[in-house]
Design a protein around this ligand. Structure first.
Ligand code: SF4
Ligand code: FES
Length: 235
């Protein structure tokens, strides 16, 4: 354990935990858009900025990626923090003025919202889909486009590997903006423009999972495919 101060209050914090983890335990509200407790922190949105004093100097840092250190002092509500969060939200809002998740966080920070239709489902490059696919599902069908030498991309984007995707839909659930669409119709599920054949439950007949996902589970666990064809409600 280490001792830190958040907004003037001394607390004991677990080594390896982040400032965000501890602030949340203290019920201090910190906005986030790219964070999920179950995934590796990414530091993309910069909405969770706080001020941190190290070696006598205050600097701004993303609370989701900054681990605690003994003696650390943190301010979560200073003018510099408010300014920095507003700037991050304003930049996002400028790029994605009609995306609800962005508008909600901007409004919570007191930013005036432009009057546009709220129907955009833009990708805000939060990386939640990429990390969910890789770290929770264990597949890795999504990645950020490589911007290495010779590439002329202005900004990264998500690339989809149809050969790897099992159609589980976890990325659609993780996506905060609705950019990842998942549609289901009868025995088909479409995600990232790939069509998956759905399997009907052997008891109730409801289409409940993509064939590719059940095959993948069968391969990983050794459980025969036929034993996986019952939906969770009928098991
Ligand atoms: S597709 Fe959605 S989850 Fe993935 S990076 Fe874009 S906004 Fe985030
Ligand atoms: S939540 Fe920390 S940078 Fe996005």
């Amino acid at each position: 354990m280490v001792t830190i101060q958040i907004d003037g209050k001394k607390i004991r914090a677990a080594e390896g935990s982040t400032i965000l983890d501890n602030a949340r335990e203290m019920n201090i509200p910190i906005p986030t858009l790219c964070h999920n407790d179950n995934l590796t922190p990414f530091g993309a949105c910069r909405l969770c900025t706080v001020e941190v004093k190290t070696n006598g100097k205050w600097t701004l840092a993303a609370s989701c990626t900054t681990p605690v250190a003994d003696g650390m002092e943190v301010k979560t509500d200073s003018d510099a923090v408010k300014e920095s969060r507003k700037l991050a939200a304003s930049l996002l809002l400028k790029k994605h003025p009609g995306t609800k998740a962005v508008r909600d966080v901007a409004a919570s920070l007191g930013i005036e919202l432009p009057e546009v239709k709220i129907e955009e489902h833009d990708c805000i490059l939060c990386g939640l889909c990429v990390r969910t696919c890789r770290e929770i599902v264990g597949v890795g069908a999504l990645a950020f486009e490589d911007r290495g030498p010779g590439r002329e991309l202005e900004e990264p984007r998500i690339v989809f590997d149809p050969a790897a995707c099992i159609g589980c839909g976890a990325c659609a659930v993780a996506c905060p903006t609705g950019y990842v669409r998942m549609e289901e119709e009868g025995d088909r599920r479409i995600i990232w423009n790939k069509v998956f054949k759905m399997v009907p439950c052997s008891v109730c007949g409801r289409y409940f999972a993509p064939e590719a996902q059940l095959e993948w589970i069968s391969e990983k666990t050794g459980v025969p495919f036929a034993e996986l064809t019952t939906c969770t409600s009928c098991r």
